[in-house]
Design a protein around this ligand. Structure first.
Ligand SMILES: Cc1ncc(COP(=O)(O)O)c(C=O)c1O
Length: 368
């Protein structure tokens, strides 16, 4: 018998979510962001499923891109954080990795490198996130220098990243979009009349909630995995289907009297005679340790709240109000019917973090 703790990864949900992306932005090229092990879903598996559908992938760094190439992924791969040394320029050229240039150092590494073929290049400008990107006033000079370099492929993409697109109608996003458009217009003036500037600003939240952000290239991450990044209702987000279902099973059941406590630090105490089930999953499997008592799980389709602290390999749930529970019954920790965002909120975090923390220890099973 094997430990019943798994992350089920739904091929059909992933394909469906990518279709939602395409329906939302049918005129755009929509690349799939698969950094951080595809937000915990398994980068190779996710990229294999999406490879026939997408024009390109996005990862954080060259190591993640090399992993995908070694697994036979064919499509171009954009390095969203750019390069970390000059050597990476040559590796990028050999492997059809695209480079997002985030600062002047990366620009000079690209210009000085000795490459086998020109590299598709994205230039990120800081429009208000203040994390990465060149300054708005540097854009024209850098863009013209890149255009003149034989290391750089034609059709450079001008990009930026939003800080607050998940907040409906946020002023910060309006300002970022307005500044981006100004930067683009100023750049257009100094390019030949025929030159088109390709643009990319939207992440999942931009795609879903900011129609004006759907430009030549979008960079969808979180929504691909079936969850909404938004703080508001959205009809396209409602159509997304969770790709990961995190599940385990009950390995112990006991009755406790009112007044008895459960687990480390005796953090939960029964207020009535209670039935407690122990589930074979804990923070060592990626379930958030900070999930408080009361966080829901699903047992045979019925909600059962966590009772007590999450341990490394186990957690305990209150099944007093649930009928017909037996040893070995399946417990769903998140997925269909139990959004990861809801669990993350109970743990004081966000769905992105909860998914990304799924470790290698938790085996995945690809379904449908
Ligand atoms: C530059 C960039 N683009 C796109 C994304 C994808 O964002 P999301 O997962 O919100 O779609 C990220 C993720 O952090 C990013 O850093």
């Amino acid at each position: 018998m094997t430990r019943p703790t798994h992350a089920l990864i739904s091929r059909s949900a992933l394909r469906h979510n990518y279709k939602v992306v395409q329906q939302v932005a049918p005129q755009s090229n929509n690349l799939a962001v698969v950094k951080a092990n595809a937000y915990g879903h398994g980068a190779v598996v996710v990229a294999q499923i999406l490879d026939p559908l997408v024009p390109a992938f996005g990862v954080a760094c060259i190591e993640e891109a090399v992993e995908l190439r070694n697994a036979g992924i064919q499509k171009p791969i954009l390095l969203l954080e750019g390069i970390f040394s000059k050597d990476e320029v040559e590796i990028a050229a050999e492997n059809n990795f695209w480079i997002m240039l985030d600062n002047l150092q990366q620009v000079s590494w690209l210009l000085q490198a000795n490459v086998s073929s020109p590299i598709k290049t994205w230039l990120k400008v800081d429009t208000g996130m203040h994390r990465l990107g060149v300054q708005p006033e540097q854009v024209n000079d850098i863009f013209l220098t890149l255009t003149a370099s034989s290391n750089v492929a034609t059709d450079i993409v001008l990009a930026t990243h939003f800080s607050s697109a998940d907040e409906h109608q946020s002023r910060a996003t309006e300002l970022q979009l307005a500044l981006f458009n100004q930067i683009k217009d100023k750049l257009a003036i100094c390019l030949p009349d025929s030159a088109q500037i390709s643009c990319s600003v939207a992440n999942s939240a931009g795609l879903l909630d900011w129609p004006k952000a759907r430009l030549d290239w979008n960079r969808a991450g979180f929504m691909l995995y079936g969850n909404s990044p938004l703080d508001s209702e959205n009809s396209a987000a409602d159509r997304l289907k969770p790709v990961m279902t995190l599940k385990s099973a009950i390995i112990s059941i006991r009755d406790i009297a009112a007044g008895q406590s459960v687990g480390y630090s005796q953090a939960w105490t029964a207020t009535r005679p209670s039935k407690i089930a122990t589930v074979a999953i804990g923070y060592g499997d990626g379930y958030p340790r900070n999930a408080k008592s009361g966080t829901p799980t699903l047992v045979n389709g019925q909600k059962a709240p966590i009772a007590g602290r999450v341990s490394m390999d186990m957690l305990t749930i209150d099944i007093t109000d649930i009928k017909d529970v037996n040893l070995g019954d399946e417990v769903i920790l998140w997925g269909t019917g139990l959004p990861v965002n809801q669990i993350a909120e109970c743990a004081g975090t966000i769905g992105y973090e909860a998914l990304t923390r799924i470790p290698k220890r938790t085996p995945s099973i690809i379904v449908d």
